[in-house]
Design a protein. Structure first.
Length: 337
């Protein structure tokens, strides 16, 4: 239906490639009908690297290949913010970097990568607080540091998207909403990820409530789902070994139907807001993890990614949100017909 609000489908392309080579990622996405991807881990001929470790030569090769496959980058899937807030031994292996150095080097590098790949969006996080402490105790420091990151992105005409994830200060919709309110910067937006809420033992109703808390600062959504094999129990820390039960968006405990139905009415206003910043529309970024996932990545394979994409499309069709996959007219246009 032409009057339906429309989203742009994207995804973490490394999840669709068995060896994570650029050619595998791009061939899978092109075959699935996608025209955007988030770059995270990729092999451009010198082994698999995080996007932050790519050389100029590798970036140039990736840009050439993505043009060949008719793809554009939706966001930089950076790990910015996935470092310790404080230099304390809390039993985790997360690294600590002095913030002044982190801002000048790694945050700046992420901004340069966004320009190199011609995207306005950088995905990031809200820092690891010492395990066993209350994340709210650390809000003042997180707000200060994220404000400086947002300003660095703003000076580069970019948007920093703060993803909801377990074990970080911003591990709930209410915490992210509070961070967004206190930072109060146009370059800071929020990324909703329902599965990351469910892993903490939350119900579908609680996921919807947290989505609504985040709506004022929402920038885009990550789409994956999770189904607990046993009755869910509330927790404030998720171990890697527990992250084995991700499923497509129409088969989990997140309640994507209700969340996307709620999103539907907000799309026109959000799309207008994003387009003013040079973003082409509202992205739904698939990060399915259907063959496994964790705090630094996940995997679905080309088959699993296709299953996850079709599940999302069925849900979007059901709630009345439009989207576009490549069709024959796109193929003809690419061939110059």
């Amino acid at each position: 239906m032409t009057d339906n609000p429309t989203v742009i489908l994207s995804g973490f392309a490394d999840e669709a490639a068995n060896q994570k080579t650029a050619e595998q990622q791009f061939a899978a996405f092109a075959a699935l009908g996608l025209q955007y991807y988030t770059v995270r881990f990729i092999d451009a001929g010198q082994g698999v690297k995080n996007v932050m470790a790519l050389t100029k030569a590798e970036i140039a090769k990736i840009r050439h290949l993505q043009d060949e496959y008719g793809l554009n980058v939706s966001s930089i899937g950076s790990p910015i913010g996935k470092v310790k807030l404080l230099d304390v031994d809390d039993g985790t292996h997360n690294r600590f970097v002095p913030f002044k150095k982190y801002l000048a080097q790694e945050v700046q590098q992420a901004c340069e990568l966004a320009h190199a790949f011609e995207t306005k969006l950088i995905r990031g996080f809200s820092f690891y607080h010492p395990r066993g402490t209350d994340p709210r105790e650390h809000l003042p420091q997180v707000v200060e540091q994220l404000g400086k990151i947002a300003e660095a992105c703003h000076r580069s005409d970019l948007i920093f998207g703060l993803e909801l994830e377990a074990n970080l200060v911003g591990q709930s919709g209410s915490l992210l909403a509070e961070i967004h309110r206190q930072v109060n910067h146009p370059a800071l937006m929020l990324i909703f990820d329902g599965a990351n809420i469910v892993t903490l033992g939350c119900s579908a109703d609680e996921c919807l409530q947290q989505f609504r808390e985040m709506k004022a600062g929402l920038g885009w959504l990550h789409i994956k789902d999770y189904r607990h094999p046993h009755p869910a129990q509330k927790t404030d820390h998720v171990d890697e070994e527990a992250l084995k039960n991700f499923v497509p968006a129409d088969r989990g405990d997140t309640g994507h139907e209700a969340i996307l139905r709620d999103l539907r009415g907000a799309i026109p206003k959000l799309e207008k807001k994003l387009k003013k910043r040079g973003v082409p529309g509202v992205f739904l970024d698939l990060e399915p993890h259907v063959k496994g996932g964790g705090q630094f990545g996940g995997f679905s394979g080309p088959d699993g990614f296709g299953v996850a994409l079709r599940a999302l499309c069925r849900t979007l069709d059901f709630v009345g949100i439009g989207y576009h996959l490549r069709d024959f007219d796109d193929v003809k246009a690419a061939r110059g017909f």
